[in-house]
Design a protein around this ligand. Structure first.
Ligand SMILES: *[C@@H]1O[C@H](CO)[C@@H](O)[C@H](O)[C@H]1NC(C)=O
Length: 381
């Protein structure tokens, strides 16, 4: 294509773009686009789903390979897990140790170390993932362990998995939150995870580049909040997890080029300290209490209680056992070919994920029904 032809072509595209943005052409073209797209893709996707299921069954029964230390008697495999004070992290540590891994259990508080006492293959480390220094020291501990390999045992030591599990959340209306409230959540869930990944990249790259270990992976705990927004009251959490989801997709693509696998876990609400109603309401109360009296007056204490009440009474009943999440984490750690994304929980898979693909008006008006926050309007100023 000559330069003139290219310019001509660019002009055409610009003209078309301009035309398609004007009514009534815009609306007609939009409708026609979706008509064509759905007409063609829906039948294809239905067939695709059947083939995908068949492929996954074969994958599970025929090609499924687990990487367990007991199957590699000459290797000692290390896993680094963040957020091991309670919840998923804490349970994952014990289950990975029982499978033969050496586990570095990163805890926010040293008080949590005692739960790991008496187990030589659990190495607790104090890590606040918002601190550069903490994360650097933790990384050095892992590197030192890996370099020590021929001193303590004849086994070769490899770094097998980085599990980014640590996270925090707050429930609140957007209007109640200061910028710093968003920053606080982003600092842990998003920048904290990035900090840990950044710290461990040299080791992952070195193992890949020297070919010394080819099964290393990163597992990021994301939650359904990474794919679904508008869950009501969870804007800060959802923003941080959407950002983390996008980061993790990029990480999978980039690290995939040298053979490091990356998996996202998207569980729905499961029973952990983070999801306990007293913690959810306590966190919301903190934000509420930090507001100016005038700001609180716009809503009133009754309003606060009205949105806290369903969290207190109803939310608890929806929670699944956290063992399903721990199993999914374990699978991501041991699978020979860990998937890109695992939705954990029936609701995550069959309700939240499809809902996230539907228009917001449909979800809010038809499926989610009217939560308390939609029925009570703040007083006008
Ligand atoms: C984690 O570190 C940040 C600063 O890096 C600090 O503000 C925060 O209080 C620490 N959190 C805990 C629980 O120690």
């Amino acid at each position: 294509m000559s330069k003139e032809e290219r310019q001509d072509w660019t002009r055409h595209v610009h003209n078309l773009n301009g035309m398609l943005h004007q009514e009534p052409v815009a609306t007609i073209a939009h409708g026609f686009f979706w008509y064509l797209l759905l007409l063609i893709t829906c039948p294809l996707m239905a067939f695709g789903a059947i083939f995908l299921s068949a492929y996954r069954l074969l994958d599970f029964y025929l090609w499924n390979r687990e990487i367990l230390p007991k199957d590699y008697p000459d290797k000692e495999l290390g896993v680094f897990v963040t957020g091991c004070d309670t919840g998923f992290g804490q349970e994952l540590v014990f289950s990975l140790v029982s499978k033969g891994f050496t586990v570095f259990a990163a805890c926010l508080s040293e008080d949590s170390f005692k739960q790991f006492q008496g187990e030589p293959r659990i190495i607790p480390i104090k890590v606040n993932i918002t601190s550069d220094e903490d994360v650097r020291k933790a990384y050095e501990t892992v590197c030192k362990w890996q370099k020590d390999d021929d001193k303590e045992s004849p086994k070769k030591r490899h770094f097998h998995a980085l599990v980014n599990n640590a996270g925090c959340g707050r429930l609140s209306l957007i209007d109640w939150m200061e910028v710093k409230d968003f920053e606080e959540i982003m600092n842990v869930n998003f920048f904290g995870t990035i900090r840990v990944v950044k710290a461990f990249l040299p080791l992952l790259k070195q193992q890949a580049a020297t070919g010394s270990y080819k099964d290393a992976r990163v597992v990021n705990m994301i939650s359904t909040a990474g794919v679904f927004a508008g869950g009501v009251l969870a804007a800060g959490y959802e923003c941080s997890k959407h950002a983390l989801d996008a980061y993790t997709t990029n990480l999978r693509v980039e690290l995939g080029t040298f053979g490091v696998k990356v998996t996202k876990l998207n569980p729905s609400m499961h029973k952990t300290a983070l999801a306990e109603s007293k913690n959810l309401i306590g966190g919301m109360r903190k934000i509420w209490d930090a507001m100016t009296p005038e700001h609180r007056e716009e809503y009133g204490e009754d309003y606060f209680n009205a949105i806290a009440e369903p969290i207190e009474t109803r939310a608890g009943r929806l929670y699944w056992d956290k063992k399903y999440v721990v199993e999914a984490m374990e699978n991501a750690v041991v699978s020979g070919n860990p998937p890109e994304r695992v939705m954990v929980g029936l609701d995550a898979r069959y309700i939240v994920y499809p809902l996230s693909k539907l228009p917001t008006w449909f979800r809010v008006n038809i499926i989610q029904k009217t939560p308390a926050i939609m029925t009570q309007k703040p007083k006008a100023q």
